[in-house]
Design a protein around this ligand. Structure first.
Ligand SMILES: *Cc1c(COP(=O)(O)O)cnc(C)c1O
Length: 333
């Protein structure tokens, strides 16, 4: 059904308004243009955050969301950091269920899924509110049937390593705020243009963090190494799930600083690297670009460990394998 990620939407979405700290009751309304005052806080002062999660259609035909509780908690944290009222857990969780339930028949079979995009914006019409939070806002949950994020087959991604410009500011790294993506765009476009890279791995000062919209992991048959959660990068639910899965299966999981030097040594020794995120699941890296130097990772192909762990996670999401951690929530009509 959907060919381009994120451009096809279901016809309705749950919407709740806030005024002050209080949210009103959600209503299902058409997925149509919003009416915003040109002075809306979000348009001037960036009061916007969002989430991204998926509902999958299992091999048994049943639709299930994946770790929605984690996404709800993260969105509450993002809202607080933007000085927007955190949506109550039951409200947001309920809106996610409503959004999926209203469009159950649009959830594609694997490898497609229904991508769910809760969004929170400040709408107070006040350009004098640069130093005050938006007193009004909107919370809505878009849903979009999607196919595979990276259509590429066995070839790994080409990733440029950026040690100068940071992705965002340290105090906003763990927040899913719209402004973070605007900040990462300049260096990402430059890397695309000048280095032919798909994405940038931000490694400010020589310590790796993550790419513009995915976490970064080093993997081999024995170990998974990835930065320890801190305020500077987004704590991905996929990242956490891969670490938990790998831990269950006997991998040694190391969450700690990884220098660019160590990354170079890792790939020189045949180690794999991958990006993790809801949209891409686990995407293997085939080439790292340092300035004008190119380094092949696992001969340019997606590595076997990356493929194995990706499949293990997919099998749980699609109810092919038991959901031992209780990550899935069935959505029925
Ligand atoms: C959303 C996002 C991720 C991935 O998070 P998941 O919960 O795994 O989808 C990683 N990095 C950034 C910057 C993100 O915005």
């Amino acid at each position: 059904m959907a060919t381009t990620f994120g451009t096809v939407f279901t016809p309705t979405m749950p919407v709740a308004e806030f005024s002050g700290d209080a949210y009103g009751s959600p209503r299902l309304q058409p997925t149509e243009s919003l009416s915003l005052h040109p002075a809306a806080h979000v348009l001037h002062y960036g009061s916007a955050c969002f989430e991204g999660l998926k509902a999958h259609r299992g091999v048994d035909g049943v639709v299930r969301t994946f770790r929605a509780d984690r996404h709800v908690a993260r969105m509450r944290g993002s809202a607080e950091r933007l000085s927007l009222p955190a949506p109550p857990t039951e409200l947001l969780a309920g809106m996610i269920v409503t959004a999926v339930r209203a469009h159950l028949d649009t959830v594609p079979d694997a490898p497609g899924a229904l991508y769910i995009r809760p969004t929170l914006i400040g709408t107070e019409p006040n350009i004098g509110a640069a130093a005050s939070p938006s007193a009004q806002g909107l919370l809505y949950v878009l849903t979009s049937p999607v196919g595979e994020y990276f259509a590429g087959g066995s070839e790994g991604l080409r990733i440029a390593v950026e040690t100068g410009i940071p992705r965002t500011t340290p105090q906003f790294g763990e927040v899913k705020a719209g402004a973070n993506y605007a900040m990462a765009l300049g260096p990402t476009l430059r890397a695309q243009r000048e280095q032919g890279a798909a994405q940038v791995l931000f490694a400010t000062g020589g310590t790796i963090s993550e790419t513009g919209a995915s976490n970064f992991l080093l993997l081999d048959e024995d170990r998974i190494i990835t930065p320890e959660p801190n305020g500077a990068f987004l704590h991905g639910v996929t990242r956490l799930s891969v670490l938990e899965l790998a831990g269950d299966r006997g991998w040694k999981v190391e969450e700690r600083d990884v220098s660019v030097e160590e990354l170079r040594e890792w790939v020189a020794a045949g180690g794999e690297c991958a990006l993790s995120g809801t949209a891409a699941v686990l995407a293997g890296v085939g080439t790292l670009v340092f300035g004008d130097e190119e380094v092949a990772v696992t001969d340019g192909q997606v590595g076997p460990v990356t493929t194995r762990l990706r499949e293990a996670l997919r099998d749980i999401q699609l109810a092919k394998a038991p959901d031992e951690h209780g990550w899935l929530t069935e959505i029925t009509c």
